[in-house]
Write a protein that binds this ligand. Structure first.
Ligand SMILES: [Ca+2]
Length: 355
């Protein structure tokens, strides 16, 4: 029993421990779980399904509420700072409706700094033992690294031969560098998108097909059943700013909102290497979301400042309610395109009737 270190993990990842975090009693030691929307998730050590002569971890979900469920650990980054790390495991799936795989998040002083998963090698349906890995560099100001074995959707996934090691710089990174916004249509599932912000554990993002603006799917963001809706959580991604520096850009996203009585926003921010995770960076754009609206385009037009190296792009909530997100784009526009900083070109709701 090591309650102090577990408490440290919780302190570093703000959450309501009684609702969103649970130890996994059948996986002794450090594994804990975040269930999101799913209440019928089953996590256990499987002594019958072995790999390399050792038991495996099994994640099973029958609850259609679905979403991402995982077992995870947080480690202090002290011995990993400035180093290249490989998180690897072998996984096997049975009738998985979404995908099974690995996920890693590195937290800095101001929250999540980077995040990566193996969705591009997603194990879907029924697949035999398959090696998976995430190779990533840990920043010098990293605080902790959270690594997870998880599953999106219903079905069963087993994990074995789990390793977490420092590797040589010659080992290539697994992250695919995206020169621009990736998977803005959510047709590739949630690839590229993750939940960040101080309330990242209070909200759940799920790829859905029942509500969408185009194609087959959209992203749904809503508070976890007992999530603290005063905290801010945002579905976001970041990408390389190099192709956009010194240019005028339009960032656009389509959002359908329902019952967003608190804060809901679309935000884009240009970051320099030393920009804190929760600061203004080098500017960007911002638009407040409607509380209840059918599919609406929110957009902002701004100039990407010199010195920018990364662009963050997100839709977030500090609110009850739900937003669905689809058709996000980020494009260079001519320099004479008027700058735009908000969603509405005219004052609204002056009669207090909501219109
Ligand atoms: Ca779509």
């Amino acid at each position: 029993m090591t309650p102090l270190l577990f408490a440290a993990v919780l302190a570093a990842t703000p959450a309501a421990p009684s609702t969103t975090y649970e130890r996994v009693p059948t996986l002794p030691g450090w594994w804990y779980t975040v269930r999101g929307d799913a209440t019928k998730a089953n996590f256990t050590r499987d002594d019958k399904v072995q790999l390399g002569g050792q038991p495996t971890a099994r994640i099973q979900l029958t609850d259609q509420a679905g979403g991402w469920i995982d077992i995870e650990q947080g480690v202090d980054s002290l011995q990993f700072r400035g180093k290249r790390v490989r998180f690897s495991a072998e996984a096997r799936t049975e009738e998985v409706s979404g995908w099974g795989g690995l996920s890693v998040r590195v937290d800095g002083p101001k929250g999540a700094k980077q995040s990566e998963n193996t969705q591009q090698r997603a194990l879907k349906g029924t697949v035999g033992w398959t090696p998976l890995e995430i190779v990533f560099d840990v920043a010098e100001d990293a605080r902790q690294i959270v690594f997870a074995l998880g599953q999106d959707g219903t079905g069963t996934t087993w994990f074995g031969r789990v390793h977490f090691d420092v590797v040589d710089r010659n080992v290539p990174l697994t992250r695919v560098a995206h020169p621009g916004l990736n998977n803005g249509s959510f047709e590739e599932g949630s690839e590229g998108w993750f939940v960040s912000g101080s309330g990242r554990k209070e909200y759940v993002q799920t790829v859905v097909s029942d509500v969408r603006r185009s194609g087959r799917s959209a992203l749904k963001l809503t508070a976890a059943p007992e999530g603290d809706k005063k905290k801010y959580g945002t579905s976001m991604q970041f990408f390389d700013a190099a192709a956009f520096v010194g240019k005028r850009v339009r960032a656009s996203v389509w959002v359908k909102s329902e019952g967003v009585t608190g804060r809901g926003d679309f935000w884009v921010r240009v970051q320099a290497p030393d920009s804190p995770g929760d600061g203004p960076g080098l500017g960007g754009g911002y638009a407040q979301l409607d509380s209840d609206a059918d599919w609406t385009e929110y957009q902002t037009v701004f100039d990407v400042a010199a010195g920018g190296t990364q662009i963050d792009f997100g839709v977030g909530l500090a609110s009850p309610g739900t937003v669905w997100i689809d058709d996000a784009t980020f494009t260079v526009v001519p320099n004479d395109t008027p700058l735009r900083h908000g969603p509405s070109l005219a004052p609204r709701n002056l009669s207090f009737t909501g219109r």
